[in-house]
Every structure is written in structure tokens, then in C-alpha cells.
Write a protein that binds this ligand. Structure first.
Ligand code: ADP
Length: 504
């Protein structure tokens, strides 16, 4: 009897395996960090073999912690740090180069070249994305141009490209002995190489990026049996049946399936996804159009996404660079020593501003300081910065889709902060709700896999599993919320255009 579903959550800093039961609760989990390599400013690499080793280790550990074996597992799903790029040999299984991580900006020259003469929105109508180093296609191009003999080997059909989902699936299903070379629509939608409507690799994009077709995996849905785990893994014979990029997985784990359903993950950065249904909504307000999920043969469901670079990491900065708090949770106590922000606003444009501003020329600023301001106000300004930035993204969503979300489903480390969640509800004027199972990313991958094999019967069953744990309702007057937002936007204005030839 198969009684559980396993999810592999391969993130930027660590790899987790989590085992879920039918009601969506976590039965066991195991986690292992991997090394971060930063050989030059702006470069970030991972070792793909270390990630594969860690994946096997956490699967074994989680199974053992739950006293289960592969015979108890109905299906396994994969969710992953998106855009991180690996190219390896189908003959030896060896990567030709380390994984180039999503944060890595080395492909800026390629972006600049491709953006001539039409600008960064050159491929937006086909892909939903602006040209940016963030997306996998520019990283593939960099490897083909810079790693010795990579292009010739790719053209000869010896090499395979994959984001982390593809790398893990290929290895899990046998590697050099018949491993499946497949990705799902959500991961493929982050490469700059897939047509968002046809869900196929677009020949004109492959030509523009000079990427041989033989390098690319087959694009499949997010929920179907891609293959079975090889006997050489702890999951011997288990169907691998779900793949979702991490933010899409969190959205799925939040059961945000319907048009207008909105979730925000509060981690080191914030990610808002809004489900837009079976049609692509193209943003004219600084958001990205992306695939939310696709279940088997059913039509794809799309989403709008807005990412904010610095939220939880500003709390870490306050702790590590200023020593103003002793731990991340300590910020709540310090912020609660004052009644409001005392007129202080902190715009954490440490690496420019992401959605919806997209201003690389902005830099961080603390404004509104007076003799009155103290450590409490600073802590409060740090927390409020997360809420203002999220409000800015939701404003862009409203402008693109024409309606405001009726509530916000939240997850991630910062949602432990009640003061922040209350302020978020106050600012938005809508309810903010946190579910019972906070591990929404792994849960989403488990759901995608379990649905494919009938472990869960329908989306309704998944919806019924979603339980509210905590709810924050707005209590602030709207005119006060609007005054705060106006001041925040004034503060944002002060940060724009800071980077010029005098700034290094
Ligand atoms: P990620 O998945 O991006 O690594 P997590 O979801 O684990 O992030 O959240 C970690 C982030 O949340 C850290 O940046 C940390 O500073 C922040 N954080 C954790 N707990 C709190 C808290 N109680 N209040 C404010 N921020 C917090």
C-alpha cells in the first residue's frame, strides 16, 4: 500500500526532502545545505554533483525518519530554485561547468548584445519576460560561448541542458542509463526560449540565443508520470510525477488555483503570484507573465509574478551589519517599543529596485530622520519596507488585471512576524491569511505528483486540505494607510537615479 508522497525541494541554499500524508501534513523531513561559490563579483555557482548527492542523502534521511521505504511512496515531486542552469554530458553524466545560479549576472554582455536595437522587451511578446541575466537562456549562451568545446559538443548532440528539476529528474530516472531529459512548463517559462502560448521551444528564440535544439529537454506538464526512479536510488520504482518551479509550487501548495487567487512568499526576498487563468495576461506595469501550472493534458494556467529583491534579507542586514537586533525574530520586540515609524522610511534598494520599478540605478536610503528617531523606529521602518514593497507589487497587479485581490495568502519565514502581517493587512486593506502547513513549496510539488497518480483525486481535494492557521484583518483607517503609502513613494523617489558615473 502506498501511503505517502515525497517532495524534493531543491533551493538556493539547501535541499530538502519532505514526506506528506493524504491530509497534506508533513510526516518527516530532512535538509542539507550546499556550498555557494562566488569566484568573481556577480558570479554565483553551485556544484551540480553535490546537489545530486545531497538530494539522495535527504531522501534516505526523510524515509528513515518516517520509518518508510520506497514501497510506501505513491509518487515523488520536484520543486526547485528556478533559472539555475546546468549543462552536462549525456555520455558521462559529468557537468561541463558548475551550475550558474539565478542570481549570477555574468551574462550581462549577452543581454546587452541581444537587446540591440529593440531593447530588453524584444522577446516579451513571445516569452512574457524582459531580457535579463536572471533567466536561463542567457546563462546557456554564456556557457556555449565560454566553456572550451562546449558548443561543438552541444551541436554534436552530446550535451544536455537542464534547470535543476531536469538535472534531478535525469539522475533519478537512471542518468547515463536512460535518464529522462524533461522539464515542466513552469521551469521552461523562465528560460527566455519557450513560447508562452504554444508551450514549445520557439525556433526564432533558439536562433537568437544560438542554442542547439538537441541540448534542450522535452517540455511536459507539471503533473504527469515522467518516469520511474531507478533501482540505484532509494526511491526504486517510484513514479516521479510532479515538477514545479519553487514560486509556482508555493502557489500550488496554497491551493491558489482560481483566477485572482494571490499568494506572497516572504523569504529573503518576496514573491507575489496571481493566478490569471487559461489566458496570458501581459503586464504593462512591471510584472512578469509566467506559467502557473499545467496538469496533464489540461490547458496551462497562467500567472502574473512580481518579485522584490530585499525583504527578509534587510532584517538580516539589520542584525549582521548594524547589530541592532540579536536575531531575526527579535525585530518584532524592538519594533513594538514604538507606536509607529516616527516618520522614518527605509528603501532597501541595495541592488536597485525590482518589481514593479525595475530601476538598477536606485540605491538604498533611510529618509525622514530627525532627533526623535530611535532604534525602534529603524526596526519598524525595516519591517514596513517589506509591506510597502508588497503593496507596490499588488498595485501593479491591480493595474494589469483591473481588480484588486480580495485576500492575500502568505507563507515564508517572515510570516512568523505578527506585527508585520498586521501592518500588511492594514496597508492593503484586505485580509492576510496563513495556512496550517507553512511548507507550501514542498507541499505544492507533492500535490502535483500525487494528483498525477490519483493519490489525490482532484483539485477540490487539495482545496479541502488547505486550512487557515492565522488571519490578520485590516484595522487601520484607509486615509492613514494611503498617507503612509504616499510617503513611501516619496522615499522611493529619493533613491532613483543615485547610481551615476560618480558612484562605484
Ligand atoms: P528563504 O526560503 O528565502 O531562505 P525563509 O522563508 O526561510 O527564506 O525566511 C527567512 C527570512 O525571513 C530571513 O531573511 C529572515 O531575516 C526573515 N525572518 C525570519 N524570521 C523572521 C521574523 N520573525 N521577523 C522578521 N523576519 C524574519
Amino acid at each position: 500500500m502506498t501511503t505517502h508522497v515525497l517532495a524534493i525541494d531543491q533551493g538556493t541554499t539547501s535541499t530538502r526532502a519532505m514526506i506528506f500524508s493524504r491530509d497534506g501534513s508533513v510526516v518527516a523531513s530532512a535538509q542539507k545545505e550546499h556550498r555557494q561559490f562566488t569566484p568573481h563579483p556577480g558570479w554565483v555557482e553551485h556544484d551540480p554533483l553535490e546537489i545530486w548527492d545531497n538530494t539522495r542523502a535527504v531522501i534516505a534521511e526523510a524515509l528513515s525518519a518516517a520509518s518508510l521505504t520506497h514501497r510506501d511512496i505513491a509518487a515523488a515531486g520536484i520543486t526547485n530554485q528556478r533559472e539555475t542552469t546546468i549543462i552536462w554530458s549525456r555520455v558521462t553524466g559529468e557537468p561541463v561547468y558548475p551550475a550558474i545560479v539565478w542570481q549570477d549576472t555574468r551574462s550581462q554582455d549577452i543581454v546587452d548584445r541581444l537587446a540591440q536595437p529593440d531593447g530588453v522587451d524584444r522577446f516579451r511578446s513571445t516569452t512574457g519576460l524582459p531580457l535579463a541575466t536572471y533567466f536561463a537562456g542567457t546563462k546557456i549562451a554564456w556557457i556555449l560561448e565560454n566553456v572550451e568545446s562546449a558548443r561543438a559538443r552541444a551541436e554534436a548532440g552530446e550535451l544536455l541542458f537542464g534547470t535543476i528539476d531536469t538535472w534531478l529528474l535525469w539522475n533519478l530516472t537512471g542518468g547515463v542509463d536512460g535518464g529522462m531529459h524533461v522539464t515542466d512548463v513552469t521551469n521552461a517559462s523562465r528560460t527566455l526560449l519557450m513560447d508562452l502560448e504554444t508551450l514549445e521551444w520557439a525556433p526564432e528564440l533558439l536562433a537568437a540565443f544560438d542554442v542547439p535544439r538537441a541540448l534542450l529537454p522535452t517540455i511536459q506538464s507539471s503533473s504527469q508520470v515522467y518516469g520511474h526512479a531507478s533501482p540505484r536510488t532509494m526511491l526504486d520504482g517510484v513514479p516521479i510525477a510532479g515538477i514545479l518551479g519553487d514560486q509556482q509550487a508555493a502557489t500550488f501548495g496554497q491551493a491558489a488555483f482560481d483566477v485572482g487567487d494571490t499568494k506572497c512568499t516572504y523569504g529573503t526576498g518576496n514573491f507575489v503570484l496571481v493566478t490569471t487563468g487559461e489566458r496570458v495576461v501581459r503586464s504593462s506595469h512591471g510584472l512578469i507573465s509566467t506559467v502557473g501550472y499545467k496538469l496533464g493534458d489540461a490547458p496551462a494556467v497562467y500567472a502574473l509574478e512580481g518579485s522584490v529583491a530585499v525583504t527578509g534579507s534587510l532584517v538580516q542586514w539589520l542584525r549582521d551589519n548594524l547589530g541592532a537586533i540579536t536575531s531575526a525574530p527579535d525585530i518584532e520586540r524592538v519594533a513594538a517599543t514604538v507606536a509607529d515609524n516616527g516618520g522614518v522610511y527605509f528603501v532597501p534598494a541595495f541592488s536597485g529596485l525590482f518589481a514593479p520599478y525595475w530601476r538598477p540605478d536606485a540605491r538604498g536610503a533611510l529618509v525622514g530622520l530627525t532627533h526623535f528617531a530611535n532604534r525602534g523606529h529603524l526596526a519598524r521602518a525595516v519591517l514596513e519596507a517589506t509591506a510597502y514593497q508588497t503593496a507596490d507589487v499588488l498595485e501593479a497587479v491591480a493595474a494589469d488585471v483591473g481588480t484588486r485581490p480580495s485576500g492575500l495568502r502568505v507563507d515564508g519565514g517572515m510570516t512568523a512576524n505578527g506585527l508585520l502581517m498586521q501592518f500588511q493587512a492594514d496597508l492593503l486593506g484586505i485580509d492576510v491569511v496563513r495556512p496550517r502547513v507553512p511548507e507550501t513549496t514542498a507541499l505544492g510539488a507533492a500535490y502535483a505528483a500525487g494528483l498525477a497518480v490519483g493519490y489525490w483525486g482532484s483539485l477540490d481535494e487539495v482545496r479541502a486540505n488547505w486550512r487557515e492557521a492565522e488571519r490578520w484583518s485590516p484595522t487601520m483607517r484607509r486615509d492613514e494607510a494611503e498617507r503612509l503609502l504616499r510617503n513611501w513613494r516619496k522615499a522611493v523617489d529619493k533613491t532613483l537615479g543615485w547610481v551615476d558615473e560618480d558612484v562605484r
